[in-house]
Design a binder for this molecule. Sequence first.
Ligand SMILES: [Zn+2]
Length: 97
Amino acid sequence: MPRQRPDKSKIVQEIGQYVSRAEIVFQKSPSSANLLIKKAKSLAMRYRLKLPSQLKRRMCKHCDAFLVPGVNCRVRNKDRKIIYTCFACKKYSRIGY
Ligand SMILES: [Zn+2]
């Protein structure tokens, strides 16, 4: 069975939907939000997509947690970088600007 390649922009859209759904679910149960993030991430990996930065900063690259600033992550600026500290795994993600 030949596998057809879906449109990349469609998949990015789908990933965005996962993230926005995680946003809604997060208040009720953070763990299922993390599951949605995991799904979104595996989609991105399967199609080797580069995630847009606004999606990237909503998830922890170490433990796939959905990050909500002020709730389960800390956001600080340092040396022209934004540093996200994940409270779940206590690791940092740095995003330059
Ligand atoms: Zn983490």
